[in-house]
Design a protein around this ligand. Structure first.
Ligand SMILES: NC(=O)c1ccc[n+]([C@@H]2O[C@H](COP(=O)([O-])OP(=O)(O)OC[C@H]3O[C@@H](n4cnc5c(N)ncnc54)[C@H](OP(=O)(O)O)[C@@H]3O)[C@@H](O)[C@H]2O)c1
Length: 188
């Protein structure tokens, strides 16, 4: 990945949002094995900080608290977004999941001059996998399925927010992700 001129060392700081989730927890475990990352994990429950990993407990639905707790993290170079709020319907998923991302980006992006990249965790629901059979191979250029779809609202927010900025963004769209040690899902 290209480095931004504001970055004074090769050391990177990952802000992992959703640090206690299936995705976030795995990511933190992976990053701690690499030599050049400091890691800040964010979720409501927080965690025990040690070594290069620091946890910050925040309710991302609380805009003021998010800004207060994240608004001084000027060292962040990479933002990995993997928080998720469940709701009973596709429509109800949109407001909380969009609000959490907006609150994070609004808190970090203006104060982190070395921000290089925002990674948005999505999934194959972007292709309508939860609605039934879908065209394969699925492509990023495929038309979006019928809204509401929180992943698309999140992506559109990021696309708009990135215009004219030096940082880049990407979205990851796997199917099912599991932890081997604590298997929450029955794959059958
Ligand atoms: N797991 C999969 O198989 C899979 C596959 C493809 C895509 N994805 C996508 O990846 C994303 C993350 O999924 P996941 O399975 O890792 O979800 P998850 O296990 O439910 O984790 C969600 C994370 O969000 C945090 N969180 C929820 N509400 C919060 C709030 N108000 N403030 C702060 N933190 C909050 C939770 O921690 P606290 O409870 O401590 O707040 C937790 O760390 C989702 O968009 C999902 O669709 C997942």
């Amino acid at each position: 990945m290209l480095s931004h001129p504001n970055q004074t060392s090769d050391r990177k700081t990952a802000l992992v949002i959703g640090a206690n989730g299936v995705i976030g927890r795995n990511l933190i475990e992976y990053l701690t094995k690499l030599p050049d990352w400091n890691i800040i994990g964010v979720s409501r429950r927080g965690g025990e900080s040690s070594g290069r990993v620091r946890y910050i407990p925040v309710d991302l639905l609380d805009e003021a608290d998010t800004r207060k707790k994240l608004g001084s993290l000027t060292e962040v170079t990479h933002l990995f977004y993997a928080a998720y709020q469940d709701r009973p319907t596709w429509a109800e998923l949109v407001p909380p999941n969009l609000a959490m991302l907006v609150n994070v980006v609004n808190s970090i992006e203006p104060i982190a001059p070395s921000l290089q990249h925002i990674s948005l965790m999505q999934g194959y629901k972007v292709y309508g996998a939860h609605l039934g059979p879908f065209k394969t191979p699925a492509k990023e250029s495929d038309a979006h399925h019928m809204p509401p779809e929180f992943n698309i609202d999140q992506q559109q927010f990021l696309e708009q927010r990135q215009r004219g900025q030096h940082w880049t963004w990407s979205a990851i769209r796997p199917s099912v992700v599991q932890l081997v040690d604590t298997c929450y899902f029955n794959m059958i």
